[in-house]
Ligand binder design. Structure first.
Ligand code: ZN
Length: 424
């Protein structure tokens, strides 16, 4: 499985993907009424798209189109080939329904099993699956991967903390799959009850929400585990399409089934490998509901370098945020996730912050308010942070370091960005 640094190249990865892309284009034209119409309208013949660069001419697929096609408007196989549907939880209006063939179910389990292997899970492990089952993709995806690998599933599903802890202790679960917030809840409960000596967890696989390094650290410490960040979305199989490896320096994704492009979220143009932008996914082998250039609105980048863990699959960075959160300052796109990252690597900085934008004499200025850790020299932290922001994000900002606990906390989504430029 391992390839050496000498033989690794993104070009080789792309070449394989382009072969699959060409057959996908033919298949869509033949089997998908939705894409046939869409491509015709864009004046594209399947033979026109031979390379990843050619994709620049292909219109994106949006979440809205998927909603409008409710319930099965994007199905690209005959009804008798569909064995299951899943659906995204729509916060507004109708949800998105995704049909799966036997092949899709199989591919998903295979990708998920790779995720477990990447995290070091073996046949001897007992995997407690706490994400929900049913229309949602999570629970059953986690379980299918465990079964494919040959480990033992403990399918508790969500909620009922008493039952979770009972199963975890009596069945000696070694792996915990959960959303990060549920993992934190369980970790705090285990800590509060002093159950650390009774549990046998080694590995945590957490996903579905963006979570800061400090939260991750707390969960790891309370549970005595190493944790891995899993990525996915219902429209594209579900969780399990990418996971971080023991190096914890990016998430490997399964490039033999999924083509990842990074685009400029404003212009829609493809960006060179290594640059940060919006992730756009094309499903190369999916049958029930293949997607061509699906906009995820998640911000990341493709990491061009070979991973030191030796795994040959390419990587994306951890998700930095959503395009909806993007702010443009001094001609540079910034995501709050980038600030998160810089705070993490800056010694003496807390995790809470606010970004204040203002405009004076036609010029943008940025003020970052953060908290210093207890007993840290606020002036030193300020200079350190200013330097790191300049280095990592490329802009000069004013920084104000406040004593620990000075910024407001919120149970819900914390307001981070204060844009006062319109009023100036
Ligand atoms: Zn790796």
């Amino acid at each position: 499985m391992a390839v050496s640094l000498e033989t690794y190249s993104m070009e080789a990865v792309f070449a394989k993907q382009e072969t699959l892309l060409r057959s996908l284009m033919k298949r869509l034209m033949k089997k998908s009424p939705f894409y046939k119409k869409k491509l015709r309208e864009a004046g594209i013949e399947p033979g026109d798209i031979a390379t990843i660069e050619d994709l620049n001419h292909v219109p994106f697929t949006t979440k809205n189109e998927l909603r409008e096609a409710y319930p099965l408007g994007l199905m690209a196989v005959d009804e008798e080939e569909v064995v299951r549907i899943h659906s995204s939880s729509g916060t507004t209006g109708k949800p998105i329904i995704v049909p799966y063939t036997k092949g899709d179910v199989n591919t998903w389990a295979e990708m998920f099993a790779r995720c477990y292997e990447m995290a070091g899970v073996t046949k001897r492990d007992r995997v407690q699956v706490t994400p929900g089952y049913g229309l949602w993709t999570a629970g059953i995806g986690f379980q299918a991967g465990v079964e494919r690998l040959g480990a033992m599933t403990v399918p508790t599903g969500p909620g009922n903390t008493e039952k979770q802890l009972e199963m975890m202790i009596d069945l000696k679960s070694t792996v915990l799959c959960a959303t990060s917030s549920y993992a934190l809840l369980l970790a705090e409960e285990i800590n509060r009850r002093g159950l650390q000596d009774k549990i046998h967890l080694k590995i945590g696989i957490f996903g579905s929400e963006r979570w800061g390094a400090k939260m991750r650290h707390k969960i790891e410490e309370y549970l005595g585990i190493v944790s891995f960040d899993i990525y996915g979305l219902t429209e594209v199989y579900g969780p399990g399409i990418a996971i971080d490896c023991p190096e914890h320096n990016g998430l490997h994704f399964w490039s033999d089934h999924l083509l990842f492009e990074i685009i400029d979220p404003v212009t829609g143009k493809q960006l060179p490998v290594g640059e940060q932008g919006e992730l756009v996914i094309t499903t190369l082998t999916k049958e029930g509901m293949p997607l061509l250039r699906y906009r995820t609105h998640d911000i990341t980048r493709i990491i061009p370098e070979f991973c030191t863990c030796g795994n040959p699959y390419p990587r994306i960075d951890r998700i930095l945020g959503r395009t909806d959160d993007m702010i443009k300052v001094k001609g540079v796109n910034i995501y709050p996730g980038q600030i998160d990252h810089v705070l993490r690597i800056t010694e003496g900085c807390g995790s809470e912050y606010q970004i204040h934008l203002s405009r004076e004499q036609g010029k943008d200025s940025v003020l970052i308010k953060v908290e210093g850790e207890e007993n840290s020299d606020l002036e030193v932290v300020k200079r350190r942070l200013q330097k790191n922001i300049k280095e990592k994000i490329g802009i000069y900002t004013d920084v104000e370091v406040l004593p620990a606990g000075a910024l407001p906390r919120s149970e819900k989504k914390t307001k981070r960005v204060y844009d006062n430029r319109q009023m100036a």
